[in-house]
Write a protein that binds this ligand. Sequence first.
Ligand code: SAH
Length: 368
Amino acid sequence: MAHTSRINLLDLDEAGLRGFFESIGEKPFRAQQVLKWVFHHAQTDITAMTDLGVALRQKLTAIAEIKLPEIIHEQRSSDGSVKWLIGFSGGNAVETVYIPEPKRGTLCVSSQVGCALNCTFCATGAQGFARNLTSSEIIGQVWLAAQALGHERNGERRLTNIVMMGMGEPLLNFDAVVSAMSLMRNDLGFGLAAKRVTLSTAGLVPGINRLRETLDVALAVSLHAPEDALRTELVPLNRKYPIAELIQACRDFVSEKHKRSVTFEYTLLDGINDHPEHAHKLVKLLRTVPSKLNLIPFNPFLGTIYRCSSVQRIKQFQEIVMHGGLIATVRKTRGEDIDAACGQLVGKVLDRTRRSERAKFVTTETTV
Ligand code: SAH
């Protein structure tokens, strides 16, 4: 039948899959077999999973399926970055970006179609919000990218790091994101170490606290200002969770017995948050928080009121914070020729908030 309510096994992490097999009267270790087929052998056809036995395969295909999203379009940048437009049932699509560097390859994954947070300097926010992605749609982006890239090159894995820094606020889609991230970590999945899987948040304090108790991954926090008035202007979520609470949540996150790290992201906006005074305040704020600071040159997009800080300004800012004792790097902008840089991901958002209509500009359906 065309219309099916079969369960998508890709929506379940290992624990979920074990529970599923138990619930249908099968041994939980079947979960491991299925995961190996899907992630180690890239086999998503249940009928081809030979070690499951014919009877079990028949039983499974009647009630379950393994359904991936699909690549609608691929763009390759002259610097080696790749951007995919990945489509889901219902007509929505997100963008997923691969950034190769000499010693690693990072995949930037989306968690929602659009974003509900409306940070003033982000193109995704201006598009409004359609819906959360399911766990299969999140891990599916990684699966498709790994396939498209070819998993290894010269014996080296091409995909070594994953950052939840694409479209959306991952902590507002907690369960699906955690389930997908646990498959990124799991040896039966992509087998990446905790420090190589990063969740980036605009600062949802309860979500950070919950994550701390749930899954061992790295955390990135979009700070962008050292004081509440300015941060509220740039990241409206700050009204609900002001800087002091946010920093406390970060301290708690790294103070656990696990070896954890937090990175603060700071997008430099010309004349807005890039004064030496901001840098000094940032030092005061972060000096005693075990963390790194990632300075991000602003990536402009159509209709934005902001401009990128000058190279000298960025250098000066970095010098002040480093002199103050912070570890600070400047993020190199990649994939500019294919609009794949931070905050430029737009996808195809069937906006339910109607924010895109109110915005000063209306983004076209896709950037491709
Ligand atoms: N919602 C999450 C993850 C997505 S954004 C978060 O806020 O962290 C990933 C990073 O890119 C964030 O730090 C975000 O603030 C930053 N960013 C967004 N738009 C940008 C732009 N136009 N230029 C540079 N950085 C931007």
